[in-house]
Design a protein around this ligand. Structure first.
Ligand SMILES: *[C@@H]1O[C@H](CO)[C@@H](O)[C@H](O)[C@H]1NC(C)=O
Ligand SMILES: *[C@@H]1O[C@H](CO)[C@@H](O)[C@H](O)[C@H]1NC(C)=O
Length: 236
């Protein structure tokens, strides 16, 4: 019995811990945590003045002052200051309590970086006025340059046939050069080997003339023969 009681007590403690953790950390999506309470967020166009006094209660919110905005549900202590348009931009939407001012490049200029961090650039004009898409505040003019140089207007690839030719001839040149170098080196090696072989042959021939000349002219046999003849003559 005592063991069961102890187990029950342990389970109860565990449940209390789990409940307290989950109840303090699990506020709704439109709520924020304030001490141990879940308070409702302030709607856009307002900011938090005083958090709620009871769990899931309404917070005290006050509207953004003039020149400030808040564009989402929040628990911020103040609204954001409205951004200003640069001198190369024009205002396209006023600043409201719930939305910032919107600016874009002035007519005839564009800026294609995200949030237009660079200055606005003048729109390009197309040769022969062949425009595919007019310039707007975020994109430059798109020109049709297809037949300005080559004779094929429909194929955009044909705009740079020379580029392809250059690429091809460059690679071809490299291949030919490499092949030429290899051939020259191979020829040099072959010539060296042949020359070395010839020199070796010549030297060995000078050192030992026996193999080519047999026992013919001026041989010791013949010499002794003639010597015998001389002896015979002298005897007579
Ligand atoms: C903002 O809060 C309101 C209620 O105050 C709710 O109806 C709305 O869906 C919330 N908006 C977002 C984006 O959570
Ligand atoms: C400019 O034109 C592009 C392509 O048509 C479009 O996606 C973009 O929204 C336009 N920008 C403006 C500010 O109208």
């Amino acid at each position: 019995m005592a063991r069961q009681e102890r187990l029950l007590r342990q389970l109860l403690i565990l449940w209390v811990i789990v409940y307290s953790v989950s109840s303090t950390s699990q506020c709704g999506t439109d709520e924020f945590q304030f001490d141990t309470l879940c308070c409702q967020l302030c709607p856009s166009g307002t900011h938090l003045f005083k958090p709620c006094q009871e769990n899931h209660g309404m917070s005290k919110c006050i509207p953004c002052e003039s020149g400030f905005f808040m564009n989402h549900n929040n628990s911020e202590s103040s609204c954001f200051r409205c951004s200003l348009c640069r001198d190369d931009q024009e205002e396209v939407a006023k600043c409201f309590q719930n939305a910032d001012r919107e600016c874009q490049c002035k007519q005839g200029t564009y800026c294609n970086s995200e949030n237009c961090v660079e200055r606005c650039l003048p729109c390009s004009s197309c040769p022969n006025n062949k425009v595919i898409r007019q310039c707007n505040a975020t994109m430059d003019t798109l020109c049709d340059l297809s037949d300005s140089e080559s004779g094929n207007p429909s194929d955009p690839e044909s705009r740079m046939p020379c580029f392809h030719c250059v690429c091809l001839s460059e690679s071809l040149k490299a291949v030919v050069t490499t092949a030429a170098i290899i051939i020259i080196i191979a020829a040099f090696i072959a010539a060296s080997i042949a020359l070395g072989f010839c020199v070796y042959k010549l030297r060995s021939r000078c050192r030992d003339p026996q193999p080519s000349t047999g026992p013919s002219a001026g041989s010791p046999v013949e010499e002794s023969k003639s010597f015998q003849q001389v002896n015979e003559v002298m005897m007579v």
